[in-house]
Structure formats: structure tokens, C-alpha cells
Write a protein that binds this ligand. Structure first.
Ligand SMILES: CC(C)(COP(=O)(O)OP(=O)(O)OC[C@H]1O[C@@H](n2cnc3c(N)ncnc32)[C@H](O)[C@@H]1O)[C@@H](O)C(=O)NCCC(=O)NCCS
Ligand SMILES: Nc1ncnc2c1ncn2[C@@H]1O[C@H](COP(=O)(O)OP(=O)(O)OP(=O)(O)O)[C@@H](O)[C@H]1O
Length: 198
């Protein structure tokens, strides 16, 4: 069973691409949302987050306070490194369990979607990597529409914390162009055919 990673900067269109693969029946692991699930449910990690970031990290209902954590982490490189250091190993473990279950169920290949595949080191758990590319101006415009609570400055701060698109593309095995000039579906179908062949 091939393990394929899919990455790209904020707003590049990873989730949209993964939705297409899901329609084709491919199991997809969404690292960003699994990270949030693990942060909310893993008792050891919750205690570590509380110790590192204080009581505001969870709200009165015990839910992860994402707005607070985004403010702290995306504005301060040391705090972000600390957060990543706590969360990424747990997500790596969670992915490994999930991948083994998919293999046992007979999947021909699986996808792992993550904004930080290279930065977190999790590319090492994968056989091949796809980078989804869109120009920065397009990504910013898309995220402003998708996330009304984020300002242009918030988006720039997040972009500044991610590896450049050029570097991600040069390291990837495949690049999907998700600007307004290329059709996405034919690019996804070509890759799906290739991965099913093994
Ligand atoms: C700080 C948190 C709580 C903010 O949550 P919020 O819902 O506001 O934002 P969201 O998760 O949708 O992130 C927005 C975008 O920022 C980027 N991003 C997320 N985490 C990181 C990070 N650690 N470093 C750089 N960029 C990041 C991604 O492109 C992401 O899609 C959340 O991003 C988080 O828990 N991050 C740490 C865990 C992590 O690294 N997740 C990503 C891969 S496992
Ligand atoms: N080809 C496209 N045409 C129009 N809108 C698009 C296209 N691709 C993505 N979008 C829109 O742009 C926004 C960002 O896409 P998406 O959420 O898939 O990005 P992402 O790479 O998963 O971002 P993040 O790293 O923030 O999770 C979404 O609202 C999505 O619907």
C-alpha cells in the first residue's frame, strides 16, 4: 500500500484536492483536523498544553481555545516551536495507527494531508509527496473569503511560518497546479491512475 503525502501552503487547495481523492474512494488522513482532535482528547497532551500555555488554552467547556493559541503561536516562533514539539509526535503516532488499519482493510493507497509535511518531518513516513501550488495572491484572497476572522496580516504571519512554495515544489514528487489557469480534476485523475498501478 502506497502512502502518499499531500502538502501546500495555507489556502493552496489541499482540502479541495483531498475532497476529489475521497470521491474516488481513497482514504484520506487530515493531519490538521486530527491534530485538533488529539489536542482535545489525549489526556497527556492536554496536560502538557496546559503546563506550557496556561489555563486559557482550554475554554470553560474544556474545548481547545484555537483563537488564543493561534494568537500566541503564530506571533511567536519559540511558542510555535514548543507547540509543534508537543503536537507533531502525537499526530505521527495517530497517523501510523490509522495507516495500519487502512492497510489491513485492503486500501490500494492512502493520502495524508498536512500543511507542514516537511517542517514536521512527517514526510519520512511517506512514499511519495504531492505539493499543491497556487500563487500567494490567490491563496491570500481565498483564505480571506474562507476565514472571515483572519486579516491579511494574520495570513501573512502564517505564510511566514511555512516553508516557501518554491522549496516545497522542488522537494515534491508531483506538483498539482491549483491556480485559476489549470483544471484540477484531470490532474487528480492522472495521479489516481498512477497510484493505483503502484
Ligand atoms: C494554532 C492552532 C490551534 C490554530 O487553529 P486555527 O483553527 O485558528 O487555524 P488552522 O488550524 O485552521 O490553521 C490555519 C492554517 O495555518 C497553518 N498552520 C497550522 N498550524 C501551523 C503551524 N504549526 N505552523 C505553521 N503553519 C501552521 C496551516 O496552513 C493551516 O491550515 C492550530 O493551527 C494548531 O493547533 N496548530 C498546531 C498543530 C499543527 O502543527 N497542525 C498542523 C499540522 S499537524
Ligand atoms: N480551484 C479553486 N477555485 C476556487 N476556489 C478554490 C479553488 N481551490 C480552493 N479554493 C477555495 O480556496 C479556499 C482554500 O482552499 P483549501 O481550504 O482547500 O486550502 P488548504 O490548502 O486546505 O488550506 P489550509 O492550509 O488553510 O488548510 C477554500 O475556500 C476553497 O474552497
Amino acid at each position: 500500500m502506497l502512502r502518499i503525502g499531500i502538502t501546500g501552503g495555507i489556502g493552496s487547495g489541499k482540502s479541495v484536492v483531498c475532497r476529489l481523492f475521497r470521491v474516488l474512494g481513497v482514504p484520506v488522513y487530515d493531519a490538521d483536523s486530527r491534530a485538533k482532535w488529539v489536542m482535545a482528547h489525549d489526556a497527556v497532551l492536554r496536560a502538557e498544553l496546559l503546563a506550557a500555555f496556561g489555563s486559557k488554552v482550554f475554554d470553560t467547556a474544556g474545548q481547545l481555545n484555537r483563537t488564543y493559541l493561534a494568537q500566541v503561536a503564530f506571533q511567536n516562533p519559540e511558542r510555535l516551536a514548543q507547540l509543534n514539539g508537543l503536537v507533531h509526535p502525537r499526530v505521527g503516532y495517530d497517523f501510523e495507527q490509522w495507516a495500519q488499519a487502512q492497510q489491513a482493510a485492503g486500501a490500494s493507497y492512502i493520502l495524508k494531508e498536512a500543511a507542514l509535511l516537511y517542517e514536521s518531518g512527517s514526510y519520512q513516513q511517506l512514499d511519495r509527496i504531492i505539493t499543491v501550488f497556487a500563487p500567494q495572491a490567490v491563496r491570500q484572497a481565498r483564505v480571506l473569503l474562507r476565514d472571515p476572522h483572519r486579516t491579511a496580516d494574520d495570513i501573512l504571519a502564517i505564510i511566514g511560518k511555512q516553508m516557501s512554495e518554491e522549496e516545497k515544489m522542488s522537494r515534491a514528487d508531483y506538483v498539482l497546479h491549483n491556480d485559476d489557469k489549470h483544471l484540477l480534476i484531470p490532474q487528480v485523475l492522472r495521479l489516481d491512475e498512477q497510484f493505483r498501478r503502484g
